[in-house]
Design a protein around this ligand. Structure first.
Ligand SMILES: [Zn+2]
Length: 218
């Protein structure tokens, strides 16, 4: 480790830190791909609809500080921002969030420059990934959200849509999220019942910068 090394330049120290963070990210990624019920569930369903996601399409990489992950529709890759996760469940939620975008892209042929499409996918991803708390409150055949959960999903979705290059301003993002809210917040595919309540217990008193978009989208 160069962290405390004498005679090491700042650049070398940072490069070493990034390598270290990327290695940690890879280790956790591999673990979650094997043992997180939520991630395994998403991967299984992606495979079923013809979009198998190999580990090499989920990349750990350094990012800027404004995001924790991203989804790149072409060629269908998820980016996990090494060093930006404050817990394993934070990374787990981010993976499920981005895999939900991948699911929508594969299943519904999303046009990411269409703000209604993007908004719908964000609502679903924020709703079902555990980004917002109380996902556990989804019940079999009946989606029961607290107001707080709904407000969180809306807020996070507006932030993400507003960051779409095709979105002129936050007001437009809010309008579009409202327009598709009804149909998209009740669309829980591929989750359909209580079995989705398997995310590790998240209990954060704050929210983190949501999406999360790569050079391409989200
Ligand atoms: Zn997103």
């Amino acid at each position: 480790m160069l962290i405390t090394g004498l005679g090491v330049t700042e650049e070398e120290r940072l490069a070493d830190l990034r390598r270290h963070q990327t290695r940690n990210c890879e280790t956790t990624k591999e673990y979650l791909m094997s043992y997180s019920p939520a991630v395994v569930f998403m991967l299984k369903h992606l495979k079923e609809i013809g979009c198998e996601v190999p580990a090499s399409n989920i990349l750990c990489a350094p990012c800027d500080l404004t995001r924790v992950g991203g989804f790149s529709p072409d060629p269908g890759a998820v980016v996990l921002c090494a060093g930006q996760f404050f817990s394993q469940s934070h990374m787990e939620q981010t993976m499920v969030h981005e895999l939900m975008h991948m699911y929508d892209h594969c299943r519904f042929k999303v046009d990411w420059s269409n703000l209604r499409h993007h908004a719908c996918s964000e609502i679903r991803a924020n709703n079902l990934s555990g980004d917002c708390r109380y996902t556990r409150e989804l019940r079999r055949g009946f989606v029961s959200f607290t107001k707080q959960h709904q407000a969180c999903v809306r807020r996070q979705s507006v932030i993400s849509v507003a960051s779409n290059p095709a979105c002129p301003d936050v007001e437009t993002a809010e309008k579009v999220v409202n327009e598709v809210w009804e149909s998209c917040s009740s669309d829980t595919r591929p989750f359909d019942e209580v079995r989705l309540i398997f995310l590790s217990e998240p209990s954060y008193g704050f929210s983190w910068p949501s999406c999360r978009y790569t050079s391409t989208i989200l």
